[in-house]
Design a protein around this ligand. Structure first.
Ligand SMILES: Cc1ncc(COP(=O)(O)O)c(C=O)c1O
Length: 408
């Protein structure tokens, strides 16, 4: 079987342009961790993380459902072979067209009372009775306690006040709740307390509102290590033990599908961005490696550089997708160059903007023009968040290496 580096070299020679390469074996390992440690939960793959078809297909074939964030993602999930009840469609601001397009393909999670009314109208017109979910903004924030204002979902405390309205919806039935507060959580206790709160919200919906719930969707949150220096890996074993205790505590009161959404945890490390050094120059003491498609090939390292330059202190920005990005998150490897001939360089792209910096003053092996640069952690929120049309350079390609070494 060819190793990853040989495949990268071969692809660069054959296609002669930057590309992303995703490794199924890495995804597989992450899936196995979740399946083993959270056997009482179902997982949904958050398609927005990386909608590349071979990845979505592999998730579906591994038993994951789909967390779709647009009607188009519902179609992508459906094409991967998932059935209606395995696709949960949740996003704010759905249009009538979105609802008409997805009503028979997914469980739609309404994001507002208006959306509930709109889904009810569409169902009535089509003479259907449909099951839906409702996204709730709980009276809870992970490390603060009390709830805050949000553009997502309906506030928990408004549900009772809307009982008459909810009872008037003749053609829909609320069978599930969805909550998502935060991504990239590395503290298992935060997740545990959050899950406990959501169980209680679900119990309220069942007992006070009389909803016949079939699922609780706890949303995403499973974090990964970006900064080797500052991040401590999420303790999956402890979280697993705590989840088991919660399920045991609540299962007699509410025995439904328990769902966790995940994106970065399963695919981030599986992706690498590959480009080439096209020029090398020195300016007033700084050595620049200029690569093909920097910021417009893989945006995240450049955002990390911008943050380091303009918001160097702990900043709220860093907990905001697409950021979650720190300078030391990425490994930059020059293929076939030895570490002991290292030098300090700044890696920049070929755009006409000085924001196009991938890495400033890093120590890497001495490189030549034509060398291949590989950047890690390019599996999640990478291709899709990158402004690939900027300056009309050619788009990066994408390749998927299966566990058996074949690639597409
Ligand atoms: C509703 C919802 N679920 C799941 C996720 C996936 O989060 P992550 O990729 O951090 O696991 C997100 C990400 O923003 C989200 O908004």
């Amino acid at each position: 079987m060819e190793n990853n580096l040989d495949i990268i070299k071969k692809l660069m020679i054959q296609y002669d342009r930057p590309f992303y390469i995703y490794n199924e074996s890495v995804i597989s390992k992450q899936i196995e961790i979740l399946s083993k440690k959270f056997s009482q939960f179902e997982f949904l793959y958050s398609v927005k993380t990386n909608p590349y078809a071979p990845i979505v297909n592999f998730m579906a074939s591994s038993g994951f459902g789909a967390d779709a964030a647009s009607s188009e993602e519902v179609i992508i999930a459906q094409k991967s072979g998932l059935s209606y009840e395995k696709i949960l469609y949740s996003s704010p601001g759905k249009t009538l067209k979105d609802i008409e397009k997805t009503l028979d393909k997914s469980i739609i999670i309404a994001d507002s009372y208006n959306e509930l009314a709109m889904i009810n109208d569409v169902a009535k017109q089509k003479k259907l009775h449909v099951k839906v979910g409702l996204r709730i903004n709980p009276d809870y924030v992970m490390d603060i306690g009390k709830g805050v204002s949000s553009k997502f979902g309906v506030d928990e405390e408004t549900i009772v006040k809307n009982r008459d309205f909810l009872n008037s919806l003749t053609n829909i039935k609320i069978i599930g709740i969805h909550v998502h507060l935060r991504s990239q959580v590395l503290n298992h206790s935060l997740l545990y307390r959050y899950y406990k709160k959501i169980f209680k919200v679900a119990l309220f919906c069942k007992e006070t509102m009389g909803w016949e719930l079939e699922f609780i969707n706890f949303g995403g949150g499973l974090g990964i290590v970006y900064s080797p220096l500052n991040d401590r890996e999420l303790d999956i074993q402890l979280l697993s033990d705590e989840c088991e205790e919660l399920v045991h505590r609540f299962k007699d009161k509410i025995n439904v599908r328990l769902i966790i959404e995940t994106g970065r945890f399963v695919v981030c490390e599986a992706g690498q961005y590959v480009t080439r050094i096209v020029d090398i120059k020195e300016s007033r003491g700084v050595k620049y490696l200029i690569v093909e498609n920097g910021l417009n090939g893989f945006l995240r390292p450049s955002i990390a550089e911008l943050l380091a330059a303009y918001a160097p202190q702990e900043s709220k920005l860093q907990s905001c997708e697409p950021i979650f990005t720190v300078k030391d998150a990425f490994e930059f490897t020059i293929l076939e160059r030895k570490k002991y001939f290292s030098e300090k360089v700044t890696i920049v792209g070929n755009l006409c903007t000085s924001a196009d910096i991938m890495a400033k003053d890093i120590l890497i092996p001495k490189a030549d023009i034509g060398d291949i640069l590989v950047v890690s952690k390019a599996g999640s929120y990478s291709y899709t968040l990158t402004p690939v049309l900027f300056a009309s350079h050619s788009l990066p390609l994408q390749f998927y290496v299966k566990a058996n070494g074949e690639y597409v």
